[in-house]
Design a protein around this ligand. Structure first.
Ligand SMILES: *Cc1c(COP(=O)(O)O)cnc(C)c1O
Length: 397
C-alpha cells in the first residue's frame, strides 16, 4: 500500500473523504466504480497461478477491486498496516479465531462480548477443536493476569462491551498480552476508529463490524480485521479464501460511501448520546444508566483516557418497573425504532429481558431486564421528547 495518496499526514476527515477513492482511468469519473465481477482476466499462461492465493485480481473470493479500495480506507483510518474486509463482523471475528488458534491453545475473552464470540468460545471451539477459553471481566486487570496460562495465545476484548458498555484498558491489557507472548485483539465496533484507535494503544488486531457505525446507514453488512500485514495476509489466505466469508463488491462500495461521513456522524452520535444519558440519569424511574461518558460512571477515567473524541452513541439503561411495562414503553415510542443492530442513522432500541442466558455475566443492575439503546442522528431534543412522552404514557413520569 505504498502508493496511497491520502495517508497519515492528513487529518481523519480528509482521509475519510479521500483515501481509497481515485479517478477511474477508464471513464475519467472522479468516483471509482462498483465492479460487480466474480472473475478477472487470466494471464496468457495461468497454469502457475495459486488458486488459494489472496490479494490477486483473480476471483472475488481471493480479492476484488471494491474490497481493496475499502481495505485501503479502513487501514488508513484505523492507523493499521493492513486490513481485510469480510461479509460480516462475525466473519471477521471468526477469521481471527480460526486463523490464529489450534487445538491445545488457550484464549482469554471479555466476559461481555458479542454473542457469536461467546458461542464460539464456550461451545464450538472447545467441543470440536479442543481450544480452551476463559471468560473474565477484562475491566479487572488482576483477573486478566490471573487467567494467563502457558498456552494462552490470544486475549480478545470488546470495549465498550456489548451490551453492558463495560470498559477495558487497552494499553494495560496489551502489555499483559505481550509480556506473555500472546496477541491482543480488540472489538472496536462500539467506539469506531473515530473515537478509539486500539492499534495506537498497543493492540495487535482490531475488529470492526462495518454493519454498524462505519457504514452507518443500516443497509449493508460487513466486517473488517485490521493489523500487521503478515497476520492480515494469513487471515486472507486462510479465512477469506478457504472459509469463504467474502464481502460482495456492492456492499463494499456502500460501506465505502458510508465511511466518508463517519467523523461527522460520530460527532453527532457522541453529542446526542451524552445528552440522552444525562436526561435518563436525571429520572427517578430509571434504575441505572450505563454510558462511559457520564462522569458518574466508575469507568469514566479509563474511557476518557482511550476514547479520544467522545464516548460513542451506545447506552444501556434500566427502568424501575414490572416486566410488561418495558414492552409497553417501547410500543409507545414514535421516533425511536425497536430493532436490533446499532450505529445506524436512526435511533434503535432493544429490550433485553431477564431471560438472556448471559445474565450471569452481567452486573446485578442488568438482571431485571434492560434496554440497549443506539442513539441516532435525529435532533437530541426529539429523542429526549420521545422518551419522555412514552414514559408518561406508561405512567412512569
Ligand atoms: C454487531 C456486532 C458484531 C457482529 O457484526 P455483524 O456485522 O452483525 O456480523 C460484532 N461485535 C460487536 C460489538 C457488534 O455489535
Amino acid at each position: 500500500m505504498s502508493d496511497i495518496k491520502f495517508g497519515k499526514q492528513y487529518g481523519f476527515s480528509t482521509r475519510a473523504v479521500h483515501t481509497g477513492n481515485d479517478i477511474d482511468s477508464e471513464s475519467g469519473a472522479i468516483r471509482r466504480p462498483i465492479i460487480m465481477a466474480n472473475s478477472y482476466a487470466l494471464p496468457y499462461d495461468p497454469t502457475d497461478l495459486n488458486w488459494s492465493e489472496a490479494g490477486k485480481s483473480l476471483y472475488t473470493r481471493n480479492g476484488g477491486a471494491n474490497q481493496g479500495y475499502l481495505q485501503e480506507k479502513l487501514a488508513i483510518l484505523s492507523e493499521a498496516e493492513d486490513c481485510v474486509v469480510l461479509a460480516t463482523g462475525v466473519a471477521a471475528l471468526s477469521s481471527i479465531l480460526f486463523t490464529l488458534l489450534k487445538s491445545g491453545d488457550h484464549v482469554i475473552c471479555s466476559n461481555v462480548s458479542y454473542i457469536a464470540v461467546y458461542r464460539l468460545l464456550t461451545e464450538h471451539l472447545p467441543n470440536k477443536y479442543g481450544i480452551e477459553a476463559t471468560l473474565v471481566d477484562t475491566s479487572d486487570l488482576e483477573a486478566v493476569r490471573a487467567a494467563i496460562r502457558p498456552n494462552t495465545k490470544l486475549i480478545h476484548i470488546e470495549t465498550p462491551g456489548n451490551p453492558t458498555l463495560n470498559i477495558s484498558d487497552i494499553d494495560e491489557i496489551a502489555n499483559i498480552a505481550h509480556e506473555n507472548d500472546a496477541l491482543l485483539s480488540v472489538d472496536n465496533t462500539f467506539a469506531s476508529p473515530y473515537n478509539q484507535l486500539p492499534i495506537s494503544l498497543g493492540a495487535d488486531l482490531v475488529v470492526e463490524s462495518l454493519t454498524k457505525y462505519i457504514n452507518g446507514h443500516g443497509d449493508a453488512m460487513g466486517g473488517a480485521v485490521l493489523g500487521p500485514k503478515a497476520i492480515i495476509d494469513e487471515i486472507k489466505a486462510e479465512a477469506m479464501v478457504n472459509l469463504g466469508g467474502a464481502i460482495s463488491p456492492f456492499n463494499a462500495w456502500l460501506i465505502m460511501r458510508g465511511a466518508v461521513t463517519l467523523p461527522l456522524r460520530m460527532k453527532q452520535h457522541n453529542e446526542n448520546a451524552l445528552k440522552v444519558a444525562k436526561y435518563l440519569e436525571s429520572l427517578p424511574c430509571v434504575s441505572f444508566v450505563a454510558y462511559p461518558g457520564l462522569e458518574s460512571n466508575p469507568q469514566y477515567k479509563v474511557a476518557k483516557k482511550q476514547m479520544i473524541n467522545g464516548f460513542s452513541g451506545m447506552i444501556s439503561f434500566g427502568l424501575n418497573t414490572d416486566f410488561d411495562t418495558h414492552n409497553a414503553f417501547v410500543s409507545n415510542l414514535k421516533v425511536i425504532t425497536s430493532a436490533v443492530s446499532l450505529g445506524h442513522d436512526e435511533s434503535l432500541i432493544v429490550f433485553l429481558g431477564p431471560k438472556d442466558e448471559r445474565q450471569y455475566l452481567y452486573p446485578d443492575e442488568f438482571n431485571n431486564g434492560f434496554f440497549r439503546f443506539s442513539v441516532g442522528l435525529e435532533d437530541a431534543e426529539d429523542i429526549i421528547e420521545d422518551i419522555r412522552q412514552a414514559l408518561t404514557k406508561v405512567k412512569l413520569l
